[in-house]
Write a protein that binds this ligand. Structure first.
Ligand SMILES: Cc1ncc(COP(=O)(O)O)c(C=O)c1O
Length: 474
């Protein structure tokens, strides 16, 4: 692909369009900062890009202004300590796991964890024990991880040192973290929750409880995904006696840049200040706008939503128009091309519109108006409606029960020729970044067919290069 546009001109052109964002980041542009008077920061962004000058503190031994922000997060999230992350939740996940599980020991983990969790396994020489999320058959998507399954795995693997759960998952489905925390603690295990997609849950009683409220030991939040800090900023919350704080801090400095961005950290500071001062008002607005949106779209013919499914973080709007013959990928394209509405994710018959603290009532109106128009035009088109069905859910990992040692020496082979080989590098549909095949798993016919189906549907699969090759062990 030959590209003539620079990153700069691409973004400048994008900004000239009248777009609506139902994808990350959660701030949805500068309007929230302007609403609350942070013009000076926005207008002076280049000048705020400083380094560790005298008085600017040090992220890895925070005692001054950075510590003050971290304390602010700890207060906001009601936990012992919070750490600012400048390599996203990815860095936080890796540090949390390395601080909790020793080399050669096991981590009981949901198989639909983010790739950073799998990277932590490789880095730490940690062995996974997979818990498979339950399927929500009605929607054909992966759901919660059951506490009963976690208890069974703990009993079968008494040497496992920690449990890692992703909650909410990409669709917003939350696991029962309270029950899982009770079980983990009963057996003396550490519970780490990748709550990358749920940084906002702590602030509204209308949503499922946050992982900290539910008793998790270490919780990782991508504040950039749904709240108002910049992309790549995140927070790790520490609320336990089971993990040594100083070992955790050591792991954090192993996986993060030694030049932390003061732009990211300032945005963390501002996002926290906005939450402290206006959190109630903003969360109420968000819930009100969502409620009005859901109420309105229930009457649109052909639109199906997962709505307020039990345990769902319904700030993630999962909807489909399969009944009108429109698959998720098609709907995503219609929104983009005809309405300038950017959606976070599509899979099978579904799209997932990720709302954030920065979405306004106008965004929801444009979204609902577009849905009404698409529904009307499709029904009026006179074309015979072909019902789509949920054929491939790229977020449901196939079961790969057998784990081999993660291969060190590696080579490339065509995906089609890789049957029976041990995968050497994660194969990951993006989004959501959950490995379909992990290093150390054997590639079989089903997996090959699955990946080919996804590539044919136009979904991006990281780990398969432009020549259709994958990395395997020698
Ligand atoms: C479940 C989950 N965890 C962690 C991450 C990584 O978060 P970040 O992009 O903040 O590094 C992602 C990214 O999409 C994710 O989906």
């Amino acid at each position: 692909m030959s590209v003539t546009t620079s990153i700069h001109t691409f973004i400048a052109d994008y900004l000239k369009k009248d777009t609506v964002s139902f994808h990350m980041p959660g701030h949805k542009g500068s309007h929230l900062y302007r609403r609350f008077g942070y013009h000076e920061f926005l207008d002076g962004i280049m000048d705020y890009d400083i380094t560790e000058i005298a008085g600017a503190d040090n992220l890895f031994q925070a005692e001054g202004i950075i510590k003050r922000v971290q304390d602010r997060y700890a207060r906001l999230y009601d936990c012992k300590k919070s750490y600012l992350l400048i390599n996203g939740s990815s860095g936080g996940n890796i540090a949390a796991i390395l601080a909790s599980v020793s080399k050669g020991k096991q981590l009981i983990m949901a198989r639909n964890c983010h790739k950073s969790v799998f990277n932590a396994l490789t880095l730490g020489g940690i062995r996974p024990v997979y818990a498979y999320p339950e399927m929500i058959e009605e929607f054909g998507i992966s759901g919660a991880v059951s506490p009963v399954e976690i208890e069974r795995l703990i009993k079968e693997n008494p040497d496992a040192e920690a449990v890692m759960i992703t909650s909410p998952n990409y669709y917003g489905v939350c696991s029962d973290i309270k029950a899982i925390a009770e079980i983990a603690h009963q057996y003396g295990k550490i519970l780490i929750v990748d709550e990358a997609h749920g940084a906002h849950l702590h602030f509204s009683a209308a949503l499922p409880p946050s992982a900290i409220q539910s008793g998790a030991d270490l919780v990782i939040n991508s504040t950039h995904k749904t709240l108002a800090s910049f992309t790549q900023s995140a927070a790790l919350h520490y609320n336990t006696d089971l993990v040594d704080q100083y070992i955790l801090e050591d792991k954090l400095q192993c996986v993060q840049s030694t030049s932390p961005s003061y732009l990211l950290m300032t945005s963390m500071d501002i996002s926290a200040e906005i939450l402290e001062r206006h959190g109630h008002e903003l969360m109420d607005e968000w819930v009100r706008n969502l409620t009005a949106f859901y109420d309105r779209i229930t009457s649109i013919p052909g639109v199906k939503t997962m709505g307020k499914l039990k345990g769902l973080d319904w700030t993630k709007i999962n909807l489909g128009m399969g009944e009108l013959g429109i698959a998720g990928a098609q709907l995503d394209k219609i929104f983009l091309n005809d309405y300038n509405i950017y959606i976070e994710l599509f899979t099978g018959d579904w799209i997932m519109a990720m709302t954030g603290i920065g979405n306004t009532d106008k965004d929801y109106d444009r979204f609902a108006n577009a849905l009404e128009e698409i529904s009307r035009k499709t029904r009026e088109s006179g074309l015979e409606i072909q019902r789509t069905e949920h054929k491939v859910d790229s977020l449901v990992p196939p079961k790969q029960a057998v784990m081999f040692d993660i291969p060190v020496a590696k080579k490339r082979v065509k995906l089609a020729d890789s049957k029976g080989m041990i995968c050497g590098s994660s194969i990951i549909p993006y989004p959501p970044g959950i490995p379909l095949i992990c290093p150390g798993e054997r590639i079989d016919d089903d997996a090959i067919a699955y990946i080919q189906a996804m590539r044919n549907m136009g979904e991006k699969v990281i780990g398969v290069n432009e020549f259709g090759e994958v990395i395997v062990g020698r």
